[in-house]
Write a protein that binds this ligand. Structure first.
Ligand code: NAP
Length: 224
């Protein structure tokens, strides 16, 4: 059963939806989710790895690999879950479609808060139905230290519901998935940069070993 099916039974739930490619998941993502849970009084956080991301089709590790690594990374936090909604959806995943599906099944007294990176939010005007996204949820944009908030403010000024976007600085986001991929492609270790278990699966499977830092999906699963 997808965790969203179980969580929608909880009256008045404040649900964080951690949207991302997670290619691969790293410590910065976990710190972001936990900080959002505390700052925004979230009851639970569901990680939502993208299936086919609208803007990077065919360039990332296979969805099942990213789902597996996210499941391992979140296993020890009782408030963290991983959803297959986007992984299993046919075709390209647009955030608005995922939010619509959730809004249809979660009761009216629940609150949806979509957490993602500020650089992703910077592109929100190019997303499908951005105003509808902001009607359906509050957006929490996680920033790296030194992030230029002026650019984000400028982009958001083009939106009626800009007040629905909040920023949250996460020092641990000095880490990035691209940095992890670059280290792996160069044969360097990633222990302590990614959660325990994730490093082992990545290193044993070699999923990122021969991948170009920008990524190029072979469609193969680790060990496959
Ligand atoms: P991205 O372009 O790969 O990432 C942009 C930046 O945000 C990167 O620095 C990334 O760092 C960071 N980031 C991504 N997810 C994060 C998270 N949950 N917490 C903290 N930092 C995060 O963005 P993406 O991962 O493809 O997309 C992010 C979300 O926006 C996804 O849910 C995606 O579906 C959605 N999106 C929707 C549309 C649309 O509906 N048309 C278009 C674009 C994106 P790392 O690389 O270290 O994660």
């Amino acid at each position: 059963m997808d965790p969203t099916e179980r969580l929608r039974e909880r009256p008045g739930i404040r649900l964080g939806i951690m949207g991302g490619t997670f290619d691969p998941i790293h410590i910065g993502h976990l710190v972001t989710a936990e900080e959002a849970r505390q700052q925004f009084r979230l009851d639970e956080v569901v990680f939502m790895p993208t299936g086919i991301a609208p803007h990077k089709q065919g360039q990332v590790a296979p969805p099942e690999t990213r789902y597996l690594l996210a499941s391992i990374a979140t296993a020890t936090n009782p408030h963290f879950w991983v959803s297959r909604l986007e992984i299993d959806a046919p075709g390209v995943d647009y955030t608005v479609d995922t939010l619509k599906k959730l809004a249809e099944v979660f009761p009216a007294d629940s609150k949806l808060l979509f957490i993602t990176g500020a650089d992703a939010v910077l592109e929100i005007l190019t997303w499908k139905q951005p105003e509808r996204v902001l009607e359906l949820c509050t957006v929490i944009a996680a920033t790296r230290p030194g992030y230029d908030l002026g650019r984000l403010a400028e982009v958001l000024s083009g939106l009626e519901r800009a007040d629905r976007v909040h920023t949250m600085e996460i020092p641990a986001l000095a880490l990035s998935s691209s940095m992890i991929r670059e280290r792996l492609a160069a044969g360097r270790g990633v222990r302590y940069l990614v959660p325990e278990g994730v490093a082992e699966v990545i290193e044993k499977s070699g999923v990122y070993a021969s991948r170009h830092p920008a990524g190029a999906s072979t469609g193969e699963e680790p060990g496959g």
